[in-house]
Structures are given as C-alpha cells and as structure tokens.
Design a protein around this ligand. Sequence first.
Ligand code: SOE
Length: 380
Amino acid sequence: MSRVHSPATEPRGVAILGAGMIGEVHRRAALLAGAEVAGVLASSPQRSAEVARNWGTAAYQDLAEALADERVQVVHICTPNATHAPFAEAALAAGKHVICEKPLGISLAEAERMAAAADRSGLVATVPFVYRYHPVVREIRARRQAGEFGTWHLLHGTYLQDWMLSPDASSWRVDPELGGASRAFADIGSHWCDLVEWVSGERLAELSAQTSIAVPTRPATGGPSFAGPTGEPAERVEVCTEDSAMLLARTSTGVPVSAVISQVAAGRKNRLWFELDGSLGSAVFDQEDPERVWLGGVDGNRILVRDPAHGSAEQRRLSTLPAGHAVGYAQCFEAFVADTYAAIDGGSPEGLPTFADGLRSARLVDAVLRSAADGSWTQV
Ligand code: SOE
C-alpha cells in the first residue's frame, strides 16, 4: 500500500512500466505534472538499467519490486498489451492508482476483470484516450452540449497511419499473443470511437465490420511504434491481425456511423479525423491540424482557431498556450496525466477517461472482431 500522498509537501512518486515510445511520453507528462519517477521496469534487466541511467531513476528488477516501493502512488503501465491485465490487477491489489495504456487487456474478459478490479479498489484507474484533451475537441463538445449542431444526421471519419506500410515493418502488436486478436482497430480505432462517442454524446449500438491484412507476412520482431523497418534480417511470420478495419454502425438513437481505420495508408502519419453532421450545423476535427475546427453551415462555413481568450471553459482550461502557439499531442498527454493526478487528490476533472471507458472500447473491439469473422450486423 502506498503512503498517503500530500502533494504540498513531497513530490508524487510514480513507477513507469515499459520504456518504449509511449513510456517516454508518460514519463515526460508525469514530470510536468509534478511527479517524481521513483523507478522504471523495462523489457529486460539490461534495458531497465540503461533507461534508469538515462532517466536518473532506479531500475526495478521486477513488478514485485515496483509495487513494494512505498514511494510509488501511481503506476503507469506502458508495456505490451498482454501484460496490461496482470500488471494492472497486481498494482490495484497493492493499493496503487493506475494509468494503463489502451487497450485494456487483450480480450473483453480481461477488460471486464480490470474494470471490476478498479471499481472494487476505489482507486483511480485511467486510460489515455488523450485526443479528448485537444482544446478544440472540448470546444466542439461544449457547442454540442449547447445544442449548436441540432440533432445528429451522420457521424463519420477515419484514423489513418502509415508506419506499418512497409512489408518489413513489424511490432509486438502483430503477434496476437502479445497484442490481442485485433491490431489496427484495437490500437487506433479505439481512439476514434472513444472520441466520436464522447464528443457527439452518441453510443454505437450495432455494427458491421470488415478487416483486411494488406501485408501477409512480416518480420517476427519489430521496433518501437512508428520506427518502420529495423533493417535487421529476421524470420518472417504469417500475419493474422488486421492492418485495416472498416465499419458501418448505427447508434442507440439510430444515427448512422462510418469509419475507416488503417495503419498502411501512405502519407498519413497520425490522422485521426471526424465529421459530425447535424440538423443545424457540422463540425470537423483533424488531429494533424489540431489548432482549428471547421464549422459547417448552410449559410456559410467558419474556421474556428483555438484561442484561450474565447470559447468554452474546458477549451480555455486546456489552452495552456496563447493563440498561435500550437497546443498539440504532448500537451494532450500532459493534461490527461495532470487530470488523473487531480482525481487522485480528490478532484473531478471533466472528461477523464477511466477503466470504464477502456471496457467500453473492449466491447467495441469484440463486436468488430465478431462481425468481421461472420459478416453479420452485430450488437455491441
Ligand atoms: C501507434 O499506432 C500509436 O502510438 C498508438 O498506440 C497510440 O495510441 C496513438 O495515439 C498513436 O499511434
């Protein structure tokens, strides 16, 4: 059990499990939120020692050592998906608050177990659906809540990347044992669905999905996300997890939805994009151009530029830089981690994605896989 933390007197101790690309992002956000990294556990003792030296912190030998560290109040789980459930359940059982990377485990059953463990613990357990933290996303949501778009007629969009386009690119995510049965949809389709449901206020109720494998074999070992081919000769394995997924859906109020998710779309780097079309107006958000929103109207369209001097309280709260000084992905992560820590200290920050949202995402992944397997129109 970790000591009761008094933020006024001592830095909040956190442990970071996993030191890949996203582990570095978590560390940076934790430090900027005033925490102290008490230690790190990476993929091997050698890697833990190397990262610990670089980060100026301790190297944990194993999970037990990290969870026994009384300085640690929060555990950031940034390891491959198959460890999310055992690591999160052990951390919660040890009385630690948890930030666990999505997806929540590698199956719906694991996600249900993790969400139940979080509920029983009374601890804070969050999932980095960080695109909720773009200030202009909060502006769109606030305007929806104020009725500016009327009732929804259509919700649609894409989430496209190209870091898996090369036949020689690979990742632990390719292996269903490590990443789960879904790759592209669980990895980034989860973000698109979480964001569109949260902003629009709608919930996908039924869907029809297809998945595709563009590259039939890949190297058995890969590098960090976005690293592309490692250049090392490696045995090739048959691929059984999808490079792309396409879905048609209907929300519980009957609104039609479509989404294209892919990690083999040349030239698209991290292009989460949605258009929400309502009876009174439309809104478009492009994650690769996150400082502005396109607002469509029959009498003309407007481009709204992020500006802390204007707009909704939540947009202004997250607009930590003046207009024209781009707030981007890193700031989204910083705000998410800071809001998690605020919740640990007793606050109720708006829109904090918890294990309940992670479980919601797992239900969508499960429905996509079921529909893709038998071609049926599937209940979520
Ligand atoms: C790789 O596809 C990845 O890093 C995802 O794992 C993240 O969740 C997403 O935000 C960016 O792309």
